[in-house]
Design a protein around this ligand. Structure first.
Ligand code: XIL
Length: 353
């Protein structure tokens, strides 16, 4: 007998119970047994977490029972790891990694080089390319090396393309180490620190902005031609409920054209950011569930060898970054009580074929 069987048994009843209760908004929850997504999918089903959330036993149980991979929502970014004096701290990343290990979940590293993270400790370094480059390499080596053998992959470069899709972003890392060179370098250093991890580039609005997708594809091509050991392509998939049908399928297919691993890396579907053509909130919720299903179906249709993981950006609605921004949004799979929503059912149906 093993703990896996115990886990599945316990979850069957936890989720089945959750599925029977009334919803917070007064509507009945969908009926019928709910099977954990991680038990239905032949590839990892991920979510993002914050270390502090894991102290809540209900959250921890729901997370470990439903998902099979963890991404740190922000505590494996420079904003947490890099201290003002340039030292590093890994207590919370280690906690998340430990939780993943204890629950038979994979760990995904996020994110090494990101324009949005430019710690003072780096800004302060003198302009000499050598010392800046050494610190840059040292950071990547420390992060990737620490989770070598555990992290199945890393977002090495996050959000390299400008929002209008017109060019690469311009920031500390590109200015000091070169617009393409800083990325090629990061991939090489990450590869040296972990020969096995899948090394990703990752970006958003690829499904809603054709110019951005095009620029992203050209960048991937350029990095591969420059010899970067880039082995994975990420599609954040933060989308809104009014995204036209077909956009996600086209995008996920386009990203797979390099033959590399594909990660739907941060999917959530906003209701409040969706435009006004919906007649009712119910319609928006239905469109939201259809988009989740479309993304997963497009992912499932990829060659098996390219299916890295399908990651949802949070567990329960109130945990979502979108809800911190607008309390009336409901972008995820579970409501505040941990009850599965129609978005969950939509994914379940796709996985059952
Ligand atoms: C977001 C987190 O969800 C927030 O909690 C944090 O404050 C800011 O970052 N693209 C990414 C993620 O790659 O790291 C972002 O996560 C969402 C957009």
């Amino acid at each position: 007998m093993n703990s896996d069987l115990t886990r599945r048994g316990a979850l069957g009843s936890a989720l089945a119970l959750a599925a029977c209760g009334p919803r917070a908004n007064g509507q009945p929850a969908p009926q019928g047994p709910v099977t954990p997504l991680r038990d239905l999918a032949p590839f990892p089903i991920g979510t993002c977490v914050q270390a502090g959330f894991l102290d809540d036993p209900a959250y921890a149980a729901l997370t470990s029972q439903t998902f099979s991979q963890l991404t740190a929502e922000w505590e494996m970014k420079m904003e947490y790891i890099v201290l003002p004096d340039g030292g590093f701290r890994f207590d919370r990343p280690d906690r998340i990694a430990g939780f993943a290990r204890n629950h038979g979940m994979k760990l995904f590293g996020h994110a090494l080089v990101w324009y949005a993270q430019q710690p003072d400790a780096f800004v302060r370094l003198d302009e000499s390319r050598t010392s800046f480059g050494r610190a840059y390499d040292n950071y990547i080596t420390a992060c990737v090396g620490r989770y070598r053998g555990q992290a199945s992959g890393w977002d090495v470069v996050n959000e390299p393309i400008r929002d209008d899709g017109s060019a690469l972003r311009d920031h500390l890392w590109s200015q000091r180490l070169g617009p393409i060179d800083h990325m090629v370098r990061a991939f090489h250093v990450a590869r040296a620190a972990d020969p096995e991890a899948v090394l990703f580039i990752n970006d958003y609005n690829l499904e809603s902005n054709p110019a951005k997708l095009d620029q992203y594809l050209r960048l991937i091509d350029a990095l591969l031609k420059a010899g970067a050991p880039l082995t994975g392509v990420g599609c954040q998939t933060h989308c809104n409920a009014d995204l036209p049908t077909g956009a996600l399928t086209r995008t996920i297919r386009a990203l797979a054209r390099f033959g590399l691993k594909v990660h739907v890396s941060e999917i959530d579907v906003s209701i409040v950011r969706a435009g006004g053509w919906f007649v009712s909130r119910e319609e928006k919720l239905a469109a939201q569930a259809r988009l989740y299903a479309e993304a997963l179906a497009a992912f499932v249709a990829l060659p098996e060898a390219q299916q890295f993981a399908f990651t949802i950006w949070g567990v329960r609605d109130p945990d979502s970054w979108l809800v911190r921004e607008n309390a009336s949004d409901t972008p995820l799979l579970f409501d505040g009580q941990g009850r599965p929503k129609q978005t969950y059912r939509a994914l379940e149906r796709v996985l059952r074929g």
